[in-house]
Write a protein that binds this ligand. Sequence first.
Ligand SMILES: *Cc1c(COP(=O)(O)O)cnc(C)c1O
Length: 390
Amino acid sequence: MSHVMNTYSRQPVAFVRGEGVWLWDSGGKRYLDGLAGIAVNTLGHAHPRLTAALSEQIGKLIHCSNVYQIPAQESLADKLCALSGMDEVFFSNSGCEANEAAIKLARLYGHKRGIEAPAIIVMEKSFHGRTLATLSATGNRRVQAGFEPLVKGFVRVPYDDLAAVRHLATNNRDVVAVLVEPIQGEGGIRTPDASYLQELRRICSENNWLMMLDEVQTGIGRTGCWFAHQHAAIVPDVMTLAKGLGSGVPIGACLAAGAATGTFGPGNHGSTFGGNPLACVAGLTTLNVMEQDNLPAYAGQLGQFIRNGITAALQGVKGFQEIRGQGLMIGIVLDKPCAELVKLALARGLLINVTADSVVRLLPPLVMSQDEAQQLVDILCPLIKDFLQS
Ligand SMILES: *Cc1c(COP(=O)(O)O)cnc(C)c1O
């Protein structure tokens, strides 16, 4: 019997080594990584520059506590602010913690403005994490069931529904913020209308609400811009990051700008591990390599290449509905539950994921070559065809 708590139904494979977009299991079989550890391994596996930077840092200093100055944390905050146009950063270890920071920040922002029970607008089908506050913010009953009482202070509206948000602007005096994913990841790679974020930005500004974007999955170049909201040419008040930021080393971040800047003071929030030297070197190296190799723009192009390839291969196949997403955040929507495809792909040496029952999700590393992307399409599409025709 395993002594690991049974919180995941795991595939029967253990990886022992990786290189670029390839992984090897304990039996020596090779796999093409179409998932990047769920949008985490931005630079793929064993990237030489990341390996060198981390090895050097481990030999110098891994951790020293936030009660001292951490130059790598200052540099990473500078870099993130330069890339995003935002003002300041709190570092955490994960996405849910970054969102916890955002939720606390919004509440404190509300209290400072005399609102005693601040409320945050959240979306149906959203995903924000597994801690109590973030699962309460999440729009998925399966994530919440059994953990009631939920944390109060969230008002839910349908995703991509501006009228529902405007309705709250006139009917709910307690609202202080909106928390939303630019593209819903776990919810099935759902992309809102092109004007959605811009209009939300306008509504938030008009009502002195904080516009808070959960870019834990969409951020760090994945959609073709450094951050997904940059496609809409807006700047949020709060943005959370995690997954791809450290290329596999745990790190999260909550950024603030404009009206949200300066909300936290000493004693308001903290983290023992958050932003330690090792994690920040991972973040800095990831961003530097991405910048040098122009990976955000490349992710946009490669995503289009993959989507075109899949569309060409599945066009007209009964049961294939549509392909969604942006850049290297790709959802292939089928007309029936398709969790089975994960196993079938694994047997063929390809790592994919299925989310929201009937959506095949691809989140490959940003260093995938066009040839490797073609291999991904060539393995995956016949599998989907067979699956739909069986
Ligand atoms: C994965 C994810 C989270 C949670 O991140 P963890 O690091 O697992 O806590 C939050 N928000 C979004 C949009 C995510 O995709």
